[in-house]
Design a protein around this ligand. Structure first.
Ligand code: ARG
Length: 266
């Protein structure tokens, strides 16, 4: 059973601007944010069968809802994120406390080496990919590869709108990859093409990539994705997946959607 860490949006809001989606003048509506988050949780629990672990929210940490950025968890180890922006560094202690309380072996990286958790590190069972340049540093992946005993292929992210790997890259349970190639430099595009067969690469159209179509949660044959991505839903169905669209535009104001709001605990 998939276990996911989530954090309720009690203190969610747009209080600073650290990516091109965020504008302080474009405030999030607290009632709608809460409704959208609860719908996402209901879909994950009831339609997808995921088990949710809820972390307490904290005032003054408006992005704490994006638990994908807590760190990366694998085989009892939790490598904590080291955020690039000071605004989000304040979340680190909060995530550390939660991992410690749950009994994970908590590992911290060198504070000079930025790494934004499962927002930038994603993969298939046999190979992982690490997004870098905008948030995480490429050298984090050498260290992480040793910690987890996994091959990690770094992928350079070149478009400010797609600043985390999970905004443009979503490995699916059957080995397919849902992704948006223009978010990557040409070397990264070649790396992806070398490691994922062409019939397994599902390319999302630009308009839907910009509606966070790739920021999806895949559990078995279920894919939970933001509403407003009909072409992506069609592509997923053609590959045997069942898409579950959820309205998440309040969170897009902060630059995130379904996947960012969860952290896979296995
Ligand atoms: N406002 C947050 C930031 O810019 C959004 C994080 C979204 N998380 C993600 N995994 N893509 O850091």
């Amino acid at each position: 059973m998939a276990r996911l860490l989530v954090c309720p949006p009690d203190y969610f809001g747009i209080e600073y601007e650290i990516n091109p989606w965020m504008r302080i003048s474009n405030a999030a509506d607290p009632t709608r944010s809460r409704q959208q988050w609860h719908t996402l949780m209901r879909v994950l629990e009831e339609e997808v069968g995921a088990k949710l672990e809820r972390m307490p929210p904290a005032p003054g940490l408006p992005d704490l809802v994006f638990t994908a950025n807590a760190g990366v968890v694998h085989e009892g180890k939790a490598v904590l994120s080291r955020f690039r922006h000071p605004e989000r560094q304040r979340e680190e202690a909060h995530f550390e406390r939660w991992f410690t309380k749950q009994g994970y072996q908590v590992i911290r990286l060198d504070p000079e080496c930025y790494f934004e958790g499962a927002g930038d590190l994603l993969g298939f069972p046999h190979i992982w990919f690490g997004g870098y340049r905008q948030r995480s540093d490429i050298r984090a992946y050498t260290v992480l590869s040793e910690i987890f005993g996994k091959e990690i292929l770094p992928l350079e992210l070149i478009s400010p709108k797609f600043y985390h790997l999970d905004t443009c890259f979503c490995p699916l349970s059957g080995g397919e990859l849902l992704y948006y190639p223009p978010a990557f430099d040409s070397y990264a595009q070649t790396t992806i093409a070398t490691h994922v067969d062409s019939e397994q690469r599902i390319v999302v159209p630009q308009a839907e990539a910009e509606r966070f179509a790739c920021n999806a949660v895949c559990v078995d044959r279920h894919v939970v994705l933001p509403a407003g991505c009909p072409e992506t839903m069609k592509l997923l169905r053609e590959h045997g997946y069942e898409p579950h669209p959820v309205e998440l535009d309040e969170f897009m104001k902060a630059g995130g959607a379904a996947k960012c709001l969860t952290l896979r605990l296995e």
